[in-house]
Design a protein around this ligand. Structure first.
Ligand code: TRP
Length: 340
C-alpha cells in the first residue's frame, strides 16, 4: 500500500472486549500499561471491540454502559486521545466489511481449528454457539490488517488468532497482489502476567467463576486489600520467585514489582527473613492505594459522557481516513465494481 512509506512510525494496534463491568489488574499490567507506553514510539490504534462482544449472549444496555466504562478505564491507564486513536469498533464500519472478504478466504476446517472457538463453543454446547463466534477471528484479522498494523500486543490466548491474521494477509497478497502488512504478535513477558489470587495457576480473568481472586480496577480500596490478604499462598514460608514451586507467592511478587516499579529481585531482597503475611498486608495496602487512585480517575472520565462521545467521534473520523481508502483498494482487487 502507498502508506508503507519509510518515514511513518510503526503502527501498534490492540483491543480489549467490553464484556465485564470493569477491567481487572491483569488487563492493566498485562495490556493497558504497555499500550500507554507505546504511544510515542508507535502510531497507536486502540479500540473497544463491541462487535466481538456480541458473539456471545449479552444485554444491549449493559454493552453500551460497558463500552463507556472500557473507554474511561483505558483513558485512566494513560491512553491519550491526542497521541492515539481510541475508538469504538462499530463506529468504523469498514472492519465488518473487510471481515466478509476474510470469511470467504478462510477454510471452514481452518476456522474450526481455532482453540478459543472450540473452548467457548464447548462451554455451552456447540449447537448454541453463534456463527459470529465462529467468524470472530476473521473479524479480528480485519481489525488488524485494515490499518496495516505492524505490532499487535495481545495475551497468549490470542496468539493463534494473530497467526491466522498473518496467514490471511499473505494469502490475500499472494492471490490479489501485495496489499497488507504482515503483523507480528507482541506477547507480554511472563513477569508481567498476573494470575488469579485464589488459583495462581490460571491467569486473572474477568470470566473466572469467582471474583475473589480477581482485582477489578473499579474495586474499592477495602475490597482490594481484602482480596490480596486472602490470596492463596504456598507451602513453606520463604519468599522467593518460583512459578512452579511457589505460584501464589510468585504472583504476589509479580504484582508487587509491577505496582512499585521495583524488580522482582529487589522485592525478594526486601522481604528476606519475613513472612507471607507481611507481603500480603503490605501489597494489599499498596494496591488499595493504586486502585483507589485509578478508579477515581476513571470515574472522572465516566462522568462526562459527552466528552467520551466526542473522543469516539474524532477518533472514528481519523480511523476512517485510513479504513475507507483501504477497503476501496481491497474491494477493487477483489473484483468488485467500485461505486463511481
Ligand atoms: N480478541 C481480542 C481479545 O479478546 C480482542 C480483539 C479484537 C483484538 N480485535 C482485536 C485484539 C485486534 C488485538 C487486535 O482479547
Amino acid at each position: 500500500m502507498s502508506d508503507a512509506s519509510p518515514s511513518r512510525r510503526p503502527r501498534v494496534l490492540s483491543g480489549a472486549q467490553p464484556t465485564a463491568d470493569s477491567y481487572h489488574l491483569g488487563n492493566y499490567f498485562g495490556a493497558f500499561r504497555q499500550w500507554a507506553a507505546m504511544q510515542d514510539e508507535f502510531e497507536a490504534f486502540y479500540f473497544i471491540p463491541d462487535l466481538h462482544a456480541i458473539t456471545i449472549d449479552y444485554d444491549p444496555a449493559l454493552l453500551r454502559e460497558r463500552t463507556y466504562i472500557a473507554a474511561a478505564q483505558m483513558l485512566a491507564s494513560g491512553v491519550d486521545p491526542d497521541r492515539s486513536i481510541l475508538f469504538v469498533q462499530s463506529q468504523v464500519p469498514e472492519h465488518a466489511q473487510l471481515a466478509w472478504v476474510f470469511n470467504c478466504l478462510t477454510g471452514f476446517g481452518e476456522a474450526s481449528r481455532m482453540t478459543q472457538f472450540k473452548d467457548k463453543s464447548a462451554k455451552n454446547g456447540a449447537e448454541k454457539a453463534s456463527v459470529g463466534l465462529f467468524t470472530y477471528p476473521m473479524l479480528m484479522a480485519a481489525d488488524i490488517l485494515i490499518y496495516q498494523a505492524d505490532k499487535v500486543p495481545v495475551g497468549e490466548d490470542q496468539r493463534q488468532h494473530v497467526e491466522l491474521t498473518r496467514n490471511l494477509a499473505q494469502r490475500f497478497n499472494h492471490r490479489f497482489g501485495e496489499t497488507f502488512t504482515v503483523p507480528e504478535a507482541h506477547i507480554v513477558k511472563e513477569t508481567a502476567k498476573i494470575y488469579d489470587l485464589q488459583d495462581p495457576t490460571r491467569k486473572m480473568s474477568g470470566s473466572n467463576a469467582s471474583h475473589a481472586g480477581v482485582v477489578d480496577l473499579a474495586d474499592t480500596p477495602k475490597q482490594v486489600a481484602k482480596k490480596v490478604r486472602s490470596a492463596v499462598t504456598d507451602s513453606g514460608s520463604e519468599i522467593y520467585f518460583d512459578r512452579e514451586a511457589k505460584p501464589g507467592v510468585s504472583n504476589l511478587l509479580t504484582i508487587y514489582s509491577a505496582v512499585t516499579g521495583k524488580t522482582v529481585e529487589e522485592v525478594v531482597a526486601d522481604y528476606e527473613g519475613r513472612q507471607y503475611g507481611h507481603l500480603k498486608v503490605e501489597l494489599g495496602d499498596l494496591l488499595a492505594d493504586f486502585v483507589g487512585g485509578f478508579s477515581e480517575r476513571a470515574q472522572g472520565y465516566l462522568d462526562d459522557r459527552a466528552e467520551l462521545d466526542r473522543i469516539f467521534a474524532t477518533s472514528a473520523e481519523k480511523a476512517r481516513e485510513m479504513t475507507v481508502p483501504m477497503l476501496r483498494t481491497v474491494y477493487e482487487r477483489s473484483g468488485f465494481v467500485l461505486p463511481g
